[in-house]
Design a protein around this ligand. Structure first.
Ligand code: HEC
Ligand code: HEC
Ligand code: HEC
Ligand code: HEC
Length: 131
């Protein structure tokens, strides 16, 4: 009885941290991200700050994340969907991608700047994101 209790406690103690950290890593992504174009990037890079964690307290995942089907059509976000980097799909080599959003810059500006502008025009100033 006592022995099995100790055993249970040991298992719980050893496994809790890894189970927890796996769940966090798989779910939410990093709290702070520096976004940088690597495929269609400028010769002079212009990285953007992105407080991901802060945005997660303001918006649903579906406000930003989505996927695509075999024909290259957009699929809305559903919980548990595989989340990939924007550039994986938003780049000039993806021939099925609309020219309006076929670079990281265009897709990011469309998503980030549109919401910022609608929230408060001051948030759409270049220096808010490009420090
Ligand atoms: C709401 C955030 C945000 C605002 C505001 C914003 N940008 Fe961006 N911009 C981004 C993101 C995100 C990217 C894609 C990642 C990267 O390369 O920085 C990007 C990319 C770029 C790039 C391409 C960088 C590269 O290395 O290829 C340029 C140039 C740029 N932005 C200029 C501007 C200018 C000029 C303004 C103001 C008129 C502006 N941006 C406002 C978020 C923003
Ligand atoms: C305001 C927009 C926005 C919201 C809301 C948001 N994310 Fe993100 N998320 C991003 C961007 C942008 C990246 C960076 C993608 C890149 O590097 O190209 C990212 C990256 C990630 C990554 C890492 C992907 C990788 O391979 O690097 C995960 C995981 C993730 N988000 C999960 C979530 C979950 C879960 C939620 C909801 C709880 C959420 N995000 C809400 C914009 C958002
Ligand atoms: C798995 C592929 C894929 C990933 C990853 C992806 N997108 Fe998209 N996205 C698409 C497709 C497909 C469309 C539809 C494009 C069209 O209209 O031709 C789209 C459309 C868009 C649009 C324009 C339509 C709209 O909803 O306003 C924006 C803006 C956008 N994506 C931003 C992003 C950002 C920012 C990220 C990263 C957080 C991202 N996308 C990640 C595939 C992807
Ligand atoms: C759906 C709306 C929405 C989208 C999409 C969005 N943001 Fe924001 N963002 C906000 C709001 C609202 C704030 C102001 C938060 C506050 O003041 O508490 C903000 C604040 C910020 C800040 C300033 C944080 C600070 O406190 O200094 C940065 C940087 C930023 N966003 C970058 C981005 C980038 C880069 C993207 C695209 C990858 C993005 N945002 C997409 C709504 C959005």
């Amino acid at each position: 009885m006592k022995k099995s209790l100790i055993h249970t406690c040991l298992v719980a103690l050893c496994c809790a941290p890894c189970v927890l950290s796996l769940a966090q890593a798989a779910d939410k992504g990093p709290a702070e991200i520096t976004l940088e174009s690597t495929i269609d990037g400028n010769s002079k890079p212009k990285p953007s700050a992105f407080p991901h964690g802060q945005h997660q307290t303001l918006q649903e995942c579906s406000a930003c994340h989505h996927s695509k089907d075999a024909e290259g059509k957009k699929i809305d976000y559903v919980e548990g969907q595989k989340i990939e980097k924007c550039e994986t799909c938003h780049n000039t080599k993806e021939v099925t991608m609309s020219a309006k959003v076929n670079t990281f810059k265009k897709a990011a500006h469309k998503q980030c700047k549109t919401c910022h502008k609608n929230t408060d025009p001051k948030l759409a100033k270049c220096s808010v994101c490009h420090k």
